[in-house]
Write a protein that binds this ligand. Sequence first.
Ligand SMILES: Cc1ncc(COP(=O)(O)O)c(C=O)c1O
Length: 432
Amino acid sequence: MNNKHDFFRRIVNKKELLTKAASKFGTPLYFIDKEEIEKNIDRIKTAFMSKYRKVKIYYPYKTNDLPYICRIIHKKKIGSEISSLLELELAKKLGVKDIIFNGPGKTEEEIISAIENKVLIICDSKEEIEKVNSIAKKLKKNIGVGIRIQPTNIEDNLWNKFGITIKYLHKEVEKEYSNIEIEGFHFHIGTQIRDHKVICKAIKNVGNALKNINKNKLKSFKHFNIGGGFGVESMSFMGKKDFFVKYLARKNPFFIKYMKRKFLTQKTENINLIASKIVDSFKKNICLQFPKEIELRIEPGRFIVNSSTSLLLKVLYKKKNSIILNGGINLVPNIIYTYHPIINISKPSIKTTHETIYGPLCLTDDFFGNYYFGEKSKTGDLFCISNIGAYNINVSWQFIKPKEKIVILEENKLLKIREKEDFNYRYKRDTF
Ligand SMILES: Cc1ncc(COP(=O)(O)O)c(C=O)c1O
């Protein structure tokens, strides 16, 4: 999907279904299309697997941990990427056997549980490697681990929070450990990566670093994980100017009218091209150094789920040149950083209307934008904010109004997969 017409058509084609869901379940309502998730999985699978035989995919629960969605994904032979014990429990409950544990702050309890459950730990620092080794020793286990690498040498980058800086890699790999063997390397260098060159450069850097390591120390090496971050089409960031105007609007609401948040298309390379360049680089820089076949692993999150989900809201009130919807930005927190197209589903049109769109929260930041696709709205019109499947539902914050219900469209049927938050749900852990 590369232009606003394609995007618009895709959502408006579902007008009847979206309207039916809204009238059956009420709004606000998250609407998920199962077929979209499966289509995205098939696209990324085919893109990689048609170019390399040994590819394994892991789904990061942090992107969207709805159990129903995770189950759909696992049915496609995809493993779990987790970063906490809660996520490990979820993976176990879903019957997943192939699990990777990432994250820069694993606790002793988490490491013990990972070892006991045969989860692959990706060690994030020198100290963590030592800690995992000593815990494995105490548990009398010999285990394989992965190492997360920070594949650039830029030391003042916020991403240095993650992994071992590449220039120190050989030191850690060449050490003797009593109870662990290094069987994999991993990096994850960002999200919404639109240009394959960024990932290929990281692969090349790791390949060069591995060349300088005694191959005897790499006897157990069998998988290479390039993380996620694959850019999605049609999702557009606000322009730089919009961020600046938003900053001004905080100080003086007068500026809000200058904030456009119109449809900004940003080109993303086709996944087939990205996969083919990545596989070429992987073969050349990594595989050629080793006699046995190395497995390529990927962890796409946003790519799999983002386009599957919309939030349906109604116009509650109209004011002069502005509207108040019945759900706030806390339901789609990513909207603060990214632009999600908004359509008046009751009167769709490729033309945009200029009205300031607010949510119902007592918060000035509860503002969706100044434009929507469609004719001028009336109270009661149905609005759709689409492409919100990644980093929204599970990042949504509790504020004033309840967290909302979720339905999924599956084989032409609508199924409620999460209830709306009620009083008990919100306050059951509190002392009164
Ligand atoms: C280690 C790791 N892998 C994969 C992902 C998924 O990234 P994306 O949703 O951009 O594909 C993340 C996201 O933060 C991550 O931290």
